[in-house]
Ligand binder design. Structure first.
Ligand code: 18C
Length: 253
């Protein structure tokens, strides 16, 4: 009798009981949808290219502040989408690849796949120093075109508030507002004669989308220069880092 009344499915994420869950669920789904839309139709302007990497932006301003949306695509061999997303999400590795940070703190570990971060970023002259307070959520995504494929992962970061963070208005830093998504899909070239899959058979297709509102005055020309320098630097450094970390380790899907 007791067995009959037990739930038939286990919750997908332990974060489901958290007050932020409806927002996390909605924004992650929106970002996934947005990431999967192409960069065609002339609205996106290519501004950086290096090997397989392409970075596009749209120039946009909100109340006089530059908030140019960014969309990047990249292809990296030898790693899985899970591995990429794992290294992007986990605080343990952040300082290894993130070069814009001065300090990082996990304010709340909601669950294994959801955390709240407070980061202090490096100051860019002549603007005030910035901090960022955001939830970060890692999730595996079912592929609607191939329901058997369990090979797409997303990390979504989105600005939030938290009782243990300084108020954004009286803190030492100007708080930025960000929405960031990293979506990664593993492509597998099936090895011949049913041999075991090796890293040579893997290709990871990456889409990275970001919108950062500087939150307060910052000269547009400096900001666009920082943007143009920092985003390509980030995506190259981060993907090399994951490749190096993984190359001699067993494959993780
Ligand atoms: O996605 C990335 N990282 C994640 C984990 O850290 C997370 C963070 C997002 C970054 C938010 C940007 C915070 C502002 C940073 C200030 C500028 C620092 C530059 C330092 C240079 C030495 O999702 C990877 C992000 C990689 C690239 C970020 C570049 C952001 C540029 C946008 C600028 C807007 C802030 C205005 C600052 C004033 C400048 C005149």
């Amino acid at each position: 009798e007791r067995l009959k009344s037990m739930p038939v499915s286990v919750p997908r994420s332990q974060a489901q009981s958290h007050v932020l869950w409806p927002e996390i669920d909605r924004i992650t789904a929106e970002q996934l949808h947005y990431a999967r839309q192409g960069v065609g139709e002339g609205v996106w302007e290519l501004f950086a290219e290096d090997g397989e990497m392409r970075m596009y932006k749209r120039e946009e301003e909100v109340n006089g502040l530059v908030v140019d949306p960014l969309k990047a695509v990249h292809t990296v061999k030898g790693v899985t989408g899970f591995e990429m997303c794992h290294y992007f999400f986990s605080p343990d590795y952040r300082l290894d690849w993130e070069t814009t940070i001065e300090q990082m703190k996990v304010l709340e570990k909601v669950s294994d796949d959801t955390m709240i971060f407070l980061q202090i970023h490096k100051r860019v002259w002549p603007a005030s120093q910035r901090d960022a307070l955001f939830w970060s959520h890692l999730r595996q995504v079912p592929d609607s075109r191939d329901p058997d494929a369990q090979n797409i992962w997303i990390v979504c970061n989105h600005s939030t508030e938290h009782h243990s963070a300084p108020e954004k208005s009286n803190g030492k830093y100007i708080r930025v507002f960000l929405t960031v998504a990293l979506v990664c899909q593993t492509m597998i070239e099936p090895p011949k004669n049913g041999a075991q899959i090796t890293r040579d058979d893997l290709t990871c297709k990456i889409t990275y989308c970001s919108v950062v509102n500087p939150g307060g005055w910052a000269p547009a020309s400096v900001l666009r220069a920082v943007y143009k320098r920092e985003y390509p630097k980030f995506l190259k450094k981060f993907t090399h880092y994951v490749y190096d970390q993984c190359k001699n380790k067993p494959i993780r899907f």
